[in-house]
Design a protein around this ligand. Structure first.
Ligand SMILES: [Ca+2]
Ligand SMILES: [Ca+2]
Length: 468
């Protein structure tokens, strides 16, 4: 009797029974192979069934005896494949195996394959290939069969342990830093690839509570939020930290002067102006909070104030993203005569007494109604002379007489007319129309004049003023 180690560990070739047994016998648990022929006990002449039913003498521990190709055929990795095997998510994986022994398996049962892997039968080498889609540790079981349709004798169950590692996350994009002013909205974001990703944003190395998504929004930037930000992206394959994102604080401009608001007669030209300190200043004027088109200078002019253009104005002064909004400037339209009245009677009950402060009032009893005091720029509380001027020869042409009376240029809400009389008779005052062919009447913004040929003879003239 003679034994020898052959093929692979635990396989023994038994040459002593040449006329019956030509296969291998696997002996598990016994280093010292002690085999005795089963000759005569074989039930069947076929090699497959023969050894299966061989009776092993006492004293020999025979474990895992199976029926495929005698007792020596089992599944084993080949072509450099190892067990346990290592793979990575979404990465090409190949593992080759075969049966070892005198007879090849003609089919396999491969169970518990991780997603992404497939089994392919081949002769002599079969394979498990693909790209695993999930990380983890997997136990794949393989069993070889005598027949191609997974019938007949089979090998023992072989277990391939496959460890699929997830790759560490890869940050593909992360926000850059910048300089931001108070109140600026800053949105930090990171894009990364990897499985099971979690995020933690940090400021100056300290985790920010609740900042655990791929985006971190700072709704209103402030000086104490300046610093170096990073985000740690962790996944099943590890964790990576982003490049630093430096956020700097930019102090806002300081407004040093601003036009006051006020009430102005309709048609008044109003210039609004702001002055501020800061670098690279830009401006945006707004009315009722809405940007005014092309109102982006330090001054903004309203050519003629109207009820429509009256309202509340502000100006936003910016230095980069640092901005400051001015106090409101309220502009109102008010009749010029009312503004004039308030100049004399503001804060007094007289302001609401028409007999005193109304257009026809004459509180100083100088014979000039308030509307005349107004248009002539006189004081309604002090007595003025009843003469408003003299007729003089026109310096440009002495053949003409001329009288010019200064008027308040803002008193555009008053109709002023010349009247003339030959003898001061109470009911003989005649209005001089503006297009009178003989008496030339002109009203300029600041004066009212009348001019006529000396030959017409002098007379008396007076002004009549009527509030519009
Ligand atoms: Ca008066
Ligand atoms: Ca007066």
């Amino acid at each position: 009797m003679n034994t020898e180690i052959s093929g692979f560990l635990r396989s023994l070739r038994w040459r002593e029974v040449p006329h019956y047994i030509t296969g291998f016998l696997t002996l598990f648990g016994s280093r010292q192979a002690v085999l005795k022929p089963c000759a005569g006990l074989l039930v069947n002449s076929g090699a497959w069934q023969g050894l299966l039913k061989c009776v092993v003498p006492a004293g020999v521990t025979l474990v895992g005896t199976h029926s495929l190709s005698g007792a020596t055929t089992e599944v084993a990795p080949v072509n450099g494949s190892k067990n346990p095997a290592a793979g990575s998510i979404n990465t090409s994986f190949s593992w080759f195996f075969s049966t070892q022994g005198a007879q090849r398996a003609k089919s396999f049962t491969v169970s518990a394959l991780p997603a992404g892997l497939t089994y392919t039968y081949g002769s002599p080498v079969s394979s498990i290939t693909g790209r695993p889609t999930a990380a983890g540790s997997f136990n794949i079981t393989i069993k070889g069969w005598e027949n191609s349709n997974r019938t007949g004798a089979s090998t023992p169950l072989y277990t391939l342990k496959l460890n699929v590692a997830a790759p560490p996350p890869v940050i593909t994009e992360v926000s850059t830093g910048g300089v931001f002013g108070a109140g600026a909205s800053v949105n930090l974001s990171v894009t990364a690839t990897g499985a099971g990703l979690t995020y933690q944003w940090r400021r100056d190395g300290v985790a920010i509570a609740g900042a655990t998504s791929s985006q971190y929004l700072i709704p209103a930037f402030a000086s104490d939020l300046a610093g170096t930000y990073t985000v740690v992206v962790a996944g099943s394959g590890g964790a990576v930290t982003s490049d630093p994102i430096v956020l700097q604080f930019l102090a806002p401009p300081v407004i040093t002067s601003l036009s006051p608001g006020g009430a102005f007669p309709s048609g008044t030209k109003v210039d609004l102006a702001v002055a501020a300190t800061g670098t690279g200043l830009t401006y945006q004027w707004k009315k009722e909070g809405v940007d005014l088109p092309e109102a982006t200078a330090a001054t903004y002019s309203i050519a003629a104030l109207t009820a429509e253009s009256a309202g509340t104005y502000t100006v936003v002064v910016s230095s980069g993203t640092a901005t400051v909004t001015s106090a409101p400037i309220v502009l109102a339209v008010k009749p010029a005569f009312d503004i004039w009245r308030e100049r004399f009677w503001s804060g007094s009950a007289d302001l609401s007494d028409p007999a005193i402060s109304g257009a026809l009032g004459d509180p100083d009893r100088d014979g000039l109604e308030n509307v005349l005091e107004y248009v002539l720029e006189l004081n309604p509380s002090t007595i003025n002379p009843d003469s408003i001027g003299d007729l003089i020869p026109d310096p440009a042409d002495p053949a003409f007489l001329l009288m010019s009376v200064p008027l308040d240029p803002l008193a555009t809400d008053v109709v002023v007319q010349w009247q003339r009389s030959v003898d001061l008779g109470g009911d003989r005052w005649v209005i001089v129309p503006e297009n009178d062919p003989e008496y030339q009447v002109s009203r300029l913004p600041g004066a009212m004049s009348i001019r006529f040929p000396k030959a017409l003879g002098a007379g008396f003239f007076r002004l009549r003023a009527t509030l519009n």
